[in-house]
Design a protein around this ligand. Structure first.
Ligand code: HEC
Length: 148
């Protein structure tokens, strides 16, 4: 009896801990989908959008530390191009594994082909940005993505 139980348990564990796992990433993406839409292209709202497309976004696909910064601290709202606001989500992604999963998911979905992010890397980015108290500006994102 035990044998039958253990095998699926091990399999479930293997799936939930795999970094590029789609199921965990997809679940974590539900938060983002509210504005960026399930297809990553931004939820349309009338003739505007809630949020920009993540498809081919350099903030997503360049050095992963930039994506971590955007997710953890949000983006300073400087215009009315989008209906939504990119708020700081660090209170939602307090777990390094969860942060790694959501980052890997957006970097490898919607046609994006950037590298996956490990739990250790996610922890490193969190540490890197820990003293940032304000949402990041567009100018800062541009500077960070250019450096690459
Ligand atoms: C409440 C709505 C909302 C939610 C939820 C949200 N975002 Fe955003 N996001 C925005 C808006 C609005 C912008 C544009 C910010 C600006 O320029 O003012 C944005 C911008 C971004 C950008 C920059 C894209 C670019 O190239 O300009 C990235 C990357 C991003 N979001 C990722 C995410 C991820 C990943 C999640 C989930 C963990 C998420 N967002 C959740 C609204 C949201």
């Amino acid at each position: 009896m035990k044998k039958f139980l253990i095998t699926p348990l091990i399999m479930a564990f293997a799936v939930s801990t795999s970094i590029a796992d789609d199921t965990a990433g997809k679940a974590a993406y539900a938060t983002c989908a509210a504005c960026h839409n399930a297809d990553g292209k931004g939820l349309p709202l009338g003739n505007q959008k809630m949020a920009p497309s993540l498809v081919g976004s350099v903030a997503v696909t360049s050095d992963a530390s930039v994506l971590a910064l955007v997710i953890l601290k949000g983006i300073k709202k400087e215009g009315n191009e989008y209906m939504g606001m990119m708020g700081a989500l660090e209170a939602i992604y307090t777990d390094d594994q969860k942060l790694a999963e959501i980052m890997s998911y957006v970097r490898q979905s919607f046609g994006n082909t950037a590298g996956a992010v490990t739990k250790e890397e996610a922890a490193k980015y969190r540490e890197q940005w820990k003293d940032v108290k304000e949402p990041v500006t567009r100018a800062k994102i541009e500077e960070l993505t250019k450096k690459k």
